[in-house]
Structures are given as C-alpha cells and as structure tokens.
Design a protein around this ligand. Structure first.
Ligand code: FAD
Length: 502
C-alpha cells in the first residue's frame, strides 16, 4: 500500500532489507553519520562489524560480494543466525561521513572493525577505553576468512553453507532463559508490525475502532516492556487529536509530521524484519502471531490489580478489531465473551491469558497434526512444559494436568517480567531519571490539573516533566483520580480521556 512503501529515512532502509525483493538487496546495513549511533545502540545483536569503504575504490567493489556472503548469514529476514552479528558499512567518500570516519582513524579501504555494538556509539563511556575494545579485523580478505575471524571471536563454527535448519539445532541448545531474554526484541517487532498492519489497512474507521486503538496505545505507553515502544506510544497519544481528528486518521507516511504514519510506534528503526525468540524453522511459521502472544503475556504481568479489567477489555477489543486472522479473532472473542465476572486482580488476568493461550494451543495441536501445517521444530504444547517449570505441576497424566496456579502465576510473573528484559539494552536518557520519586510527585500534580486540560496537552506535560517511563504513573494516577471527576469534567475532557475509563 502507499502508506507503507513511502516511509522516509532509515526505516525504509530496514524495510528494503525485509522487502519482497529481498534476494537482490544488500544484507549489510548502510550506515551514515546520522543513523550510525542510533542503529548501533538499538541493535539486539551481540557483536557488530563496521566496514569503512569508499564507493570509488575498486577493491572495495570487489570485496562487497564477500562481505555480503557473510552478511547473508547474520542479517536480513532470512538470516540463518539472526541477532548475533550486525554487519554494516559506511561510505567514507560521502562528505557527510568524514567526521565519522575520522573518529575511527580510518587509514585505508576497505577497513573492518569488530566490537560490541554499544562500543561503537559515541559518548558511551570513556572514549580511551572504548578504542581498545574495538578491534581492526586484520584478515578478512575473503568471505571464508572473515567468517573464520567471526568464529574465533564468538567461539562458534558457523559455515557459509549453513542452512536454516541447522540453526534450529543450535537454538535448542540455548537455555530457555537466554531465549526469553531475546523475546523483548520480538515484542518490539510484533508491536511495530501490528501498527503497520493497522496503518496499511486503514482499519481505524469508526469511533469504536478509534477508541479501541487509543486504549491499546495507552496500555502500551504504560506497560510495554520496551522503553522505545512506550515512548512511541506516548507520542502517538500526545498527538492523537491532531493525527486522528474525530477518529478520522491520516495514514499517509509521506505527508510530513502530522499523520499517524509518520509516528513509528517503536522508533524509526523498527520493524527490523526478523524475529528471534519467535523465529520459525520455516519462513511462514511463528513470527508475528507468536510475538503478539508474548506481547500480551508481557503486558499482563506488568499491570496492577486496578487495571486488570481495563487490560482485559483492551486486549479483547484489540484482537477483535485489529488482528486480521478471522478464525483467530472469532475464537478469541468467544473466550472473551465467556468471562462473566469482571477482573479485580492482576493475577486472575495473568492466569486468564495463560489458560486462554493453552486452549488455543490445545485446539491447534489437533489441527496441525492432521493438516501438517505446524512448524515441525515447534510443535504446540500445553505450556509451560514440566521441564521449564516443575513446580507448576501438581500432577499430570495422559489426559490432563493439575496445575499449581500459585506457582504458575509466580513463574509467569518472572518469565515474562524480569527475565524477558534481562538482556535488554535500555538507552540512558540524558538528563532524566526514569520513574524517580520526584517524578511521581510531579505526575500527581499533572494528573489533577489534567482534569481540565485536553488529554493531548496533559500527556505532553507529563511527558515533558519526567520522560516516558513516568507515563505509567501518570496513567495510573489518572485511573485513581478518575472517580472524582465523572460528570463534572465539562467540554475540555476529550474523548480519549473518557475512553480510558469507560
Ligand atoms: C490472540 C490469538 C489467537 C490465535 N488464534 C488462532 C487460531 O484460532 N487458529 C490458528 O491457527 N492460529 C491462531 N493463532 C496463532 C497461534 O496461536 C500461534 O501464535 C502460531 O501458530 C505460532 O505458534 P508458536 O509455535 O510460535 O507459539 P505461540 O502459540 O504463538 O506461542 C508463543 C510462545 O509463547 C509461549 N507460550 C505458549 N503457550 C503459552 C501459554 N499458555 N502461556 C504463556 N506462554 C505460552 C511459548 O514460549 C511459545 O513459544 C492465534 C494467535 C493469537 C495471538
């Protein structure tokens, strides 16, 4: 659609790598002085290689196929070993990159550097120390030699002929703990993908879908496990009245700053075009729908008791309105409708999402067995398996499992809570501390004033006063204060605010 193909900037670079013509595209990511720091500080990859070259240099041109051959293994939507090495290049013959190339004392072309991505970023720690942690790759003349270097550094045995399947053998050896710690990147990916689907299908059509969208964005702004998605969601909230006046959104992504399409929900470098925790052994399995489940679980363990019914409604409506898999949303909606008493405890909601997911698993287990449509490496199971959480099981036989719900809850809280974000690199924000005590106090003031301030402006104040993490407290305090103002709000309280607390 026009809205997704015309997005500007580095997003389109990433889009290109993941696009339909992926085969002809370069897998190494082209960096320049303006995206260098942001791409390298945001990448989930453990290592990075930066190739400094000049487009006029014939040897560089000849080297490119070698570099790409290796990049194919690690980058792009069909990477065999995703999330390990980010391979990039910088054209030093571009005037705009001169300073950047100087920073690394580039002395010849091509010149390759190896290090942890964050060490390449300017101003990340002491510059002197940093230098020594970035090393020049001295023998990378061919694809084979470059890969040999990488293997030595990572103590691995990647091969240029590796096939996707071998990767799955590698990953089954990784402990589940390591796997879930990669999932935070997948929920970012799924969030960005969901948002793109909403945009390209222009599905915010009525006041009902608009309300459902706002509630979901609120939930994300307050409780998404990824800071950059919280931030992006908050920015959409702040500007929502302008982006979607009376629920009529402008989707165009080329039309300047005043369209929904110009607000990437998890930052401009997402989607990246690959999943890690949710990566299937085939191209068409897992991915987005897996990421969406993990997003729901990760949200459920982050909410408080008072938000549980709101979160339940929000997720049910979101699936119903925006998850464009008909069978999925119909079944899910049935399960939502079968809930008769409102949720009062976050625990009950966490366990509801878990058991609902298991009901889907149980149904799909049969479907996939008879149709052969599942991912052979990831058969559906009733989850968590005993090996992952022994204490979750009271007893089990062929037909049924008797769960220890307290322990299941504890397990879910930890698995989708701290474990999920344990390896996540949060960028420190200059001059602001997240969710400090003083920020909370400030928020309380904002929340009280907000009763007479349009929601966009109120959120803008909250955002400006204490950065994005504090939006959670803003939202929570709003929720607590809300009961005092029903009916007396007057015209200034906007639709969005009322929708928060239906
Ligand atoms: C709301 C929703 C409804 C869906 N309905 C359908 C449908 O009707 N028909 C259909 O064909 N597909 C449906 N899907 C897709 C399907 O559920 C899977 O997402 C997809 O088949 C990919 O499966 P997966 O192996 O990646 O694991 P997923 O089921 O996507 O699970 C992702 C990960 O979550 C963890 N997990 C698994 N079970 C649980 C649990 N009970 N609690 C907590 N964590 C768990 C595991 O680590 C798993 O790898 C639906 C998806 C969603 C989000």
């Amino acid at each position: 659609s026009s809205s997704s193909s015309s997005s500007p900037g580095s997003r389109s670079i990433l889009r290109d790598i993941s696009g339909e013509n992926a085969d002809q595209k370069d897998r190494a990511v082209e960096l320049n002085s303006s995206n260098f720091d942001s791409v390298l500080s945001d990448t989930p990859a453990k290592y990075a290689i930066v190739e400094f070259f000049a487009h006029w240099c014939p040897a560089c041109r000849n080297y490119k196929p070698h570099y790409e051959k290796v990049a194919r293994l690690f980058n792009g939507p069909d990477a065999i070993h995703p999330g390990i090495v980010l391979m990039t290049r910088v054209d030093c013959a571009m005037k705009t990159n001169t300073k950047l190339c100087d920073r690394f004392s580039v002395s010849h072309y091509p010149m390759l550097f190896w290090g942890s991505p964050s060490k390449f970023v300017s101003g990340s720690g002491e510059p002197k120390k940093e230098k020594s942690e970035i090393v020049v790759i001295d023998d990378a003349r061919t694809a084979e030699r470059l890969l040999k270097w990488i293997n030595k550094q990572t103590q691995s045995s990647y091969g240029l002929d590796d096939k996707k399947f071998e990767n799955e053998h590698v990953r089954t050896n990784i402990t589940d703990y390591k796997q879930i710690s990669q999932a935070v990147y997948d929920i970012e990916e799924a969030t960005a993908e969901a948002f793109d689907i909403i945009l390209s299908n222009k599905v915010i059509k009525s006041s009902e879908t608009s309300a459902s969208f706002i509630r979901f964005i609120q939930l994300l702004a307050a409780h998404h496990a990824s800071r950059r998605c919280r931030k992006g969601a908050a920015e959409i909230l702040v500007n929502y009245d302008d982006l979607c006046p009376s629920g009529k959104c402008s989707y165009d992504s080329s039309g300047g700053n005043d369209t929904l399409g110009s607000f990437p929900i998890c930052g401009k470098d997402l989607p990246r075009g690959y999943y890690m925790f949710c990566r299937g052994s085939r191209n068409d399995t897992r991915g987005f729908s897996c990421g969406l489940w993990v997003l729901f679980h990760s949200l459920s363990v982050r909410i408080e008791d008072g938000e549980s019914q709101f979160a339940f409604n929000t997720i049910c409506d979101f699936v119903n309105n925006f998850f464009m898999c008909d069978e999925c949303r119909l079944h899910f909606n049935d399960m939502c409708l079968s809930v008769k008493t409102p949720f009062k405890k976050a625990r009950d909601f966490v366990l509801w999402v878990w058991s609902t997911h298991n009901k889907v698993n149980e149904r799909l287990m049969k479907d996939e067995a008879s149709l052969g449509s599942g991912d052979p490496e990831f058969p559906k199971i009733i989850w968590p398996p005993r090996a992952l959480c022994p204490s979750c099981y009271l007893s089990s036989d062929e037909k049924s499992i008797e769960w220890d719900h307290d322990n299941v809850y504890k397990f879910l809280k930890s698995y989708y809570g701290p474990k999920l974000v344990s390896l996540y690199k949060e960028k420190s924000v200059v001059g602001s501390k997240e969710e400090t005590v003083s920020a909370t106090a400030e928020d309380l003031t904002v929340a009280t004033n907000a009763l007479v301030v349009p929601v966009g402006a109120a959120l803008a104040i909250a955002v400006a006063s204490c950065a994005f993490g504090a939006l959670a407290c803003y939202w929570r305090t709003q929720q607590k204060n809300r009961k005092y103002c029903r009916g007396e709000a007057g015209t200034e309280v906007l639709e969005a605010e009322l929708l928060m607390f239906p």
